[in-house]
Design a protein around this ligand. Structure first.
Ligand SMILES: Nc1nc2c(c(=O)[nH]1)N[C@H]1C(S)=C(S)[C@@H](COP(=O)(O)OP(=O)(O)OC[C@H]3O[C@@H](n4cnc5c(=O)[nH]c(N)nc54)[C@H](O)[C@@H]3O)O[C@H]1N2
Ligand SMILES: Nc1nc2c(c(=O)[nH]1)N[C@H]1C(S)=C(S)[C@@H](COP(=O)(O)OP(=O)(O)OC[C@H]3O[C@@H](n4cnc5c(=O)[nH]c(N)nc54)[C@H](O)[C@@H]3O)O[C@H]1N2
Ligand code: SF4
Ligand SMILES: [Mo]
Length: 697
């Protein structure tokens, strides 16, 4: 029996794998605070990932005809190193770029950042967490001084009076977490803000709370309206604000213009509902004797060009009510990928070094250079965020080569058709994966790597708790760990420093590199984790108990105070028009994970949802002549996709919803746009303008 955690999302449900071989292994849930005893369908079927029919087990090289041939590891690595050198000679070190993933273990994410900077010598590394967590991260950093998804244990939600979910469909995206909403639902305090009556919105039925069905892309205005009401009706926690928060007056002034009637006109949420929500929150706040309130954001409110400002406004509201750091209350972003938290702390982000240090900070460079055994000037400077990086590939001054580790960008990146064309224009694409994803199929080299039950490592959950991933089976012959690949290539490229291949050794190096940083792992060790200790970072020393709750006494800012930041409405980058009269909203379904590279290969999951669908309101369906399961095509100026209709009154009549887990004709990112948030670089996945029509065959 092997105790480990699920390979998929950031809830990181605890699971125990039976004894046996890859084809007999069974996963069952284990008692653990976050998942209690639960797993979703993806966790229950996770062991099928080990034996998918087309698992990669041999390095592949693309021939001039576009076919793949099997090659030996030495031949592949020698040739990749030679081609990297050639690109470097013609285009300089920034001719090579790296794209990482938030599903990689801490060890792999750390080593990938080091590999990019020291072995490839490029500044151009970024990763898919830019699509996922960057706006919430930027907002938390600028207001609270630190970015840890949930700065409190998930179980804290149980005891609160109110929990507001801004654009999170937890019931489909982290089903076991719904257990922690039982208490708040019994008190009628669950508020779900979503343009769809999602599975999570339905949890508010029967007096359990409220569904706020706003116009897509208008969360910021809604929150400005809530701030308006709490200031105008003197519901704020003045003592807390005086003691702990700067910038209050500027926010008070800036929200004065957002009276509820005006908010209603933009958001479609009635004036009464805005006032009711504000008062509900205020009454739950500790300074008014309430039982506590949590404000949580998911991708629905974050994946917008104003995502950083929206989350900032939510944090302003949490501060105004004295919730942040309160015993029962706070703000949190619900982290998405398995290691979405750890993956954004240790250096695969373009501006970052391990321990959440900033790469432009001379002191940070000096500390990390000493751990790496190099001079600070051997570490390149900041790169560019993911969307900008992808758009620059193969352009006259852009990179000529790309390494991809843990992302299926031709399915998951915005305006995916353009991303495919950029990849096709490169001299060298190397993709490490476990399966032949759509992106791997465009590579010059595909390298087969180990996955969760075949490797050791650590993952950092949505609570900032570091968890052990443990090996249960041997990887198929021919498969290598990415730690080995980094070491092999670093040697061939004559990189400075040492390149450990054992996860425990890499983690020990990561601990030293993170020591003294914002995300300090120095006191966390495999031994402590294996002894069952629950360790949340920061954990600076071997005898430190870890920090499950942040902000009780102060904020990790130079003054120890939080900052409210005044923000302004900007609205979506693309708005509906006569040619594109409908809002397109994208997101997830229970059965599939992300680009679907993994779950579309799991028979039980794919069997229950083999194709994309378009959720459409009966009134809109009727207007375009769609009945039953007719096929609908969705078109924007960038491209189109098609899928079966799913007619439902749960969505607004001005909006359609499509899951993004599918390729080919069901590829919704062929339609989405690559506009980004100016602060975080997060793309606006959640809203663009489209036309919808019945597909004529
Ligand atoms: N089953 C499953 N679970 C997953 C994943 C998966 O792919 N599949 N991925 C994991 C990852 S990486 C992530 S990031 C999380 C994401 O988890 P969530 O954030 O819960 O997922 P989404 O479905 O992307 O978006 C949530 C909701 O936002 C709504 N929404 C769309 N536009 C708006 C808007 O303008 N405002 C508001 N308020 N809501 C809006 C959508 O209708 C949707 O119901 O899930 C994790 N868990
Ligand atoms: N339209 C739309 N698009 C979206 C979103 C949306 O809501 N709407 N959400 C965005 C969000 S939040 C996210 S997080 C992204 C996610 O989208 P992607 O970045 O594409 O994520 P995955 O599909 O998880 O891709 C992971 C790939 O890595 C492989 N893999 C798994 N484990 C390992 C490993 O250990 N090493 C290596 N090298 N490979 C591994 C998997 O087989 C898979 O091919 O999509 C974004 N795209
Ligand atoms: S909720 Fe997430 S971690 Fe838990 S079983 Fe499902 S996919 Fe795995
Ligand atoms: Mo994500």
């Amino acid at each position: 029996m092997t105790d480990t955690h699920c390979p998929y999302c950031a809830l990181q449900c605890a699971q125990t794998l039976s004894e046996g071989d890859a084809d007999t292994l069974v996963a069952v849930p284990r008692a653990f605070p976050t998942n209690v005893n639960g797993m979703c369908q993806k966790g229950w079927t996770s062991t099928e990932l080990l034996t998918v029919r087309d698992r990669l087990t041999v390095p592949l090289r693309r021939t001039v005809d576009g076919d793949f041939v099997e090659v030996g590891w030495d031949e592949a690595l020698d040739d990749i190193a030679a081609r990297v050198r050639a690109v470097r000679e013609s285009a300089g070190p920034d001719g090579v770029a790296v794209f990482g993933g938030g599903g990689l273990t801490n060890e792999k994410a750390y080593q990938l950042g080091k590999f990019a900077r020291l072995a490839l010598r490029t500044r151009l590394i970024d990763y898919n967490g830019r699509f996922c967590m960057s706006s919430a991260a930027a907002a938390a950093n600028r207001t609270l001084g630190v970015d840890r998804g949930l700065p409190f244990p998930l179980t804290d939600l149980n005891d609160a009076d109110v929990v507001v979910l801004f654009g999170s469909n937890l019931a489909d995206t982290m089903p076991p977490a719904v257990q922690h909403l039982g208490g708040v639902r019994s008190r009628g305090g669950l508020v779900v803000v979503d343009p769809r009556r999602s599975a999570t919105a339905r949890l508010t039925d029967d007096g359990a709370g409220e569904h706020v069905q706003l116009v897509p892309g208008t969360d910021l205005v809604l929150v400005l309206g809530l701030l308006h009401v709490v200031f105008a009706e003197s519901l704020v926690d003045t003592g807390y604000l005086a003691d702990r928060v700067d910038g209050v007056d500027a926010v008070r002034r800036s929200v004065a213009e957002w009276w509820p009637e005006r908010v209603a006109a933009t958001t479609g949420v009635s004036e009464t509902q805005v006032r009711r929500m504000a008062r509900l929150l205020a009454d739950a706040s500790p300074h008014r004797g309430g039982g506590g309130a949590f404000l949580l954001t998911g991708r629905g409110s974050e994946q917008h060009t104003d995502g950083t400002d929206t989350v900032t406004a939510v944090i302003d509201l949490a501060l105004a009510l004295g919730l942040v750091g309160a015993e029962r209350g706070g703000y949190g972003a619900i982290t998405g990928q398995g290691n979405g938290q750890g993956g954004r702390e240790h250096g695969q982000k373009s501006d970052q070094l391990p321990g959440y240090r900033m790469i432009a900070d001379p002191a940070a460079r000096e500390h990390v250079a000493a751990v790496w055994g190099v001079r600070p000037d051997q570490i390149p400077g900041p790169g560019v965020p993911a969307v900008e990086l992808l758009a620059s590939l193969g352009t006259p001054d852009g990179p000529r080569a790309l390494f991809v580790h843990g992302s299926n960008i031709v399915v998951s990146a915005p305006d995916a058709g353009a991303v495919r064309r950029r990849l096709e224009s490169l001299d060298l694409v190397v993709v490490c994966d476990i399966v032949p994803s759509e992106t791997a199929m465009l590579a010059d080299y595909v390298l087969p790597v180990t996955q969760w039950a075949e490797e050791d490592g650590t993952m950092t959950s949505l609570e900032g708790r570091v968890l052990r991933r443990r090996q249960a089976v041997r990887a198929p012959a021919g498969v290598r760990s990415e730690l080995e690949i980094f070491a092999d290539l670093a040697r061939r490229l004559e990189a400075p420093g040492t390149w450990a291949t054992e996860p425990r050794e890499v983690f020990d190096e990561l601990r030293r590199a993170s020591a003294g940083g914002r995300a300090d792992y120095a006191g966390i060790s495999y031994d402590r984790l294996d002894a069952g200790e629950a360790l949340h970072w920061p954990c600076p020393t071997d005898d430190h108990p870890g920090t499950p709750r942040l902000f009780a006494d102060s904020f990790p800012t130079p003054s120890g105070r939080a900052s409210m930041v005044a923000v302004r409405q900007t609205g979506p980058a693309e708005v509906v028009s006569a040619d594109a009269p409908v809002w397109l909203v994208t997101g997830r379904v229970l059965q599939h994970y992300q680009s679907g590279a993994q779950t579309r290969r799991v028979a039980k999951l794919n069997g229950s949802m083999p194709r994309a669908y378009v959720e459409i309101h009966p009134a809109l369906a009727q207007r375009i002549g769609v009945e039953g399961v007719d096929e609908i095509s969705i078109t924007s100026v960038r491209g189109s996709m098609r899928a079966q209709a799913r007619i439902s009154p749960d969505i607004r009549p001005d909006t359609v919803f499509v899951p993004f887990h599918f390729a080919d004709e069901g590829l919704v990112n062929a339609v989405t746009l690559a506009a980004v948030d100016p602060v975080s670089g997060m793309p606006e996945f959640k809203v663009c303008a489209v036309s919808v029509a019945r597909t004529r065959t």
